[in-house]
Design a protein around this ligand. Structure first.
Ligand code: AMP
Ligand code: GLY
Length: 420
C-alpha cells in the first residue's frame, strides 16, 4: 500500500518511520518532508496549502490515503477537500478543526458542556481590552484567536506587559486579529493528553510533558516545544478517568450534536491544578515534539491503526504500548524563537544509533549531499529506556557529539521528574 504524509517537521519524520516499519506499507510520500524523511520516503515538494496540486499528485500516483501532520491544512479544510475525490485523509474535517483553529469556538463549547477551563473574556477592540485589564489580577493570560504556531500567547505579569500584548495582537503580529481572549492564569502543571478517534469510537493514545519555554528552568519565550518526555509524571488512572469524563467525552458529544464526527488524533493541552484537569487548548493533530516520544513506544502496527480508523473500525483492535519511557530533546538554531540563520550545514555522518535511539529531522533540507538547517527547530534526539535519567543522558551525549556551532538545546528536559 502507498501512503502520503503531509508536513515537514520532526512529527512527520516520526510518522514516516512508524509507517516504514510496517510490512503493509510499500511506499511513503512526504509532502514536502525534510532531509530525514528523504531517507525513508519520497519527498514531494508541493505547498501543503495547495490542495489541488496535492490532490492531483495523489490521484496520478494512486496514493489513496494520507495522514495530515500539521494544523494549518486541517483548519483550512484539507480533509473535506480530499475526501470529495475519494482520498482517505486521516485527520478531522474543517468544522472539527475549529477546536484548534478558533479558541473562541472551543471556549464556547467548554461553556455549553461545562468542560473545566480557565475563565475568559473575548475582546474585539484594544480599548475594551485595556479597560478590562485595569480591573484584573495578575498574572493574566492574553491570547490571539486563530492559529499562531504556539506563539500567540502572553503571560503578562503587570498592566504594562498586558497592554503591550494587546497592542501586538491587534497590530497583526500573528496575522489579522479580530478578537483576543483574556484568560485567568491557571497555576498548575501542564500535561499533553492524546486520543485517536475514528468518529465512532476512540482510544487513548498516551500522555507526554512538553517544555514550551525556550530556556532551562522554563524561562524565556514560548516556543513550539523544546523537548518532551512520555508518559507525563502526572498520569494516573484516576486523572485519566477525570480527563475522559469531564473533557474528552463532552467534547465529542458537543461535536456530535452539531453533526460532526471527530476523526484523527486529538491532543488536549491540560493544566492540572491540585489533581484537577483544566483544558488549556485543543490541537487537532499530534503534538510536536510529543509525537516523537509516543510513536517509539507503540507496539501495535501503526498502519493498521490508521487503516482501522479510516474504516471506522478502531474498536476491532486494542492499541498496545511498550512499558518504556522516552525523552526527546530538540536541537534549535541559535536565536529561535526569534530570528535565526538558515542553511547552516549539519554533520551527522559520524553518529551511531542503537535500537533505542532515534534522530528525527525537523527544520532540515538536503542540498546535493549536504544536510542544511532550514528552520528554528532542527533535530529531535529521542531515547527510549526504562529510566528517564539514563534516557536524557544518552540523548545529551548524542547532541554533544553533533556539536553544532549554530545550535542550542535545553539540557534540563524532564527536570521535574528526573532527580539530580
Ligand atoms: P496555548 O497556545 O493556549 O497552549 O498556550 C501556550 C502556553 O501558555 C500553554 O502551554 C501554557 O504554558 C500557557 N498558558 C495558556 N493558557 C494558560 C492559562 N490559562 N493559565 C496558565 N498558563 C497558560
Ligand atoms: N508541543 C506543542 C504542540 O505541538 O502544539
Amino acid at each position: 500500500m502507498k501512503i502520503g504524509v503531509i508536513g515537514s517537521g520532526g512529527r512527520e519524520h516520526a510518522l514516516c518511520l512508524s509507517l516504514k516499519i510496517s510490512k503493509k506499507i510499500k511506499q511513503i510520500y512526504c509532502f514536502p518532508g525534510n532531509a530525514g524523511t528523504n531517507l525513508i520516503a519520497t519527498n514531494i515538494n508541493i505547498d501543503i496549502n495547495d490542495f489541488k496540486r496535492l490532490k492531483d499528485f495523489l490521484k496520478k500516483n494512486n496514493i489513496n490515503s494520507v495522514i495530515i501532520g500539521p494544523e494549518e491544512p486541517l483548519v483550512n479544510g484539507i480533509v473535506d477537500y480530499l475526501e470529495q475525490f475519494n482520498i482517505k485523509a486521516f485527520g478531522p474535517n474543517k468544522i472539527a478543526s475549529q477546536l484548534e483553529g478558533s479558541k473562541i469556538f472551543t471556549k464556547n463549547l467548554c461553556e455549553k458542556y461545562k468542560i473545566p477551563t480557565a475563565k475568559f473574556g473575548v475582546f474585539s477592540t484594544a480599548k475594551t481590552a485595556f479597560s478590562f485589564l485595569q480591573k484584573c489580577n495578575f498574572p493574566i493570560v492574553i491570547k490571539a484567536d486563530g492559529l499562531a504556531a504556539g506563539k500567540g500567547v502572553y503571560i503578562s505579569e503587570n498592566i504594562n506587559e498586558a497592554s503591550k500584548a494587546v497592542d501586538e495582537i491587534f497590530n497583526g503580529k500573528f496575522g489579522k486579529a479580530e478578537n483576543l481572549l483574556i484568560e485567568e492564569f491557571l497555576n498548575g502543571e501542564e500535561m499533553s493528553f492524546f486520543i485517536i478517534s475514528d468518529g465512532k469510537s476512540y482510544q487513548t493514545f498516551g500522555t507526554a510533558q512538553d517544555h514550551k519555554r525556550v530556556f532551562e528552568g522554563d524561562k524565556g519565550k514560548n516556543t513550539g516545544g523544546m523537548g518532551a518526555y512520555s508518559p507525563s509524571r502526572l498520569e494516573t488512572k484516576e486523572l485519566n478517568q477525570k480527563i475522559i469524563s469531564r473533557i474528552i467525552k463532552p467534547t465529542l458529544k458537543g461535536l456530535k450534536e452539531i453533526n460532526c464526527e471527530y476523526k484523527g488524533f486529538l491532543y488536549a493541552g491540560l493544566m492540572v491544578v491540585k489533581g484537577e484537569p483544566f483544558l488549556i487548548e485543543y490541537n487537532v493533530r499530534m503534538g510536536d515534539p510529543e509525537c516523537q516520544t509516543l510513536l517509539p513506544k507503540l507496539k501495535t502496527d501503526f498502519s493498521t491503526i490508521i487503516d482501522k480508523c479510516m474504516e471506522q473500525k478502531l474498536h476491532e483492535i486494542e492499541i498496545e504500548w511498550l512499558e518504556d519511557k522516552t525523552i526527546c530533546i530538540v536541537l534549535c538554531s541559535k536565536g529561535y524563537p526569534d530570528t535565526y540563520e538558515k542553511n547552516v550545514e549539519l554533520n551527522l555522518e559520524k553518529l551511531r544509533f542503537n535500537n533505542n535511539q532515534f534522530i528525527f529531522h525537523a527544520g532540515t533540507k538536503i542540498v546535493g549531499n549536504k544536510i542544511l538547517s532550514n528552520g528554528g527547530r532542527v533535530l529531535n534526539i529521542v531515547t527510549r529506556s526504562n529510566d528517564l535519567k539514563e534516557a536524557r543522558e544518552i540523548s545529551l551525549k548524542l547532541l554533544d557529539e553533533i556539536n553544532w556551532d549554530n545550535g542550542f538545546y535545553r539540557r534540563d528536559i524532564g527536570y521535574k521528574v528526573i532527580k539530580k
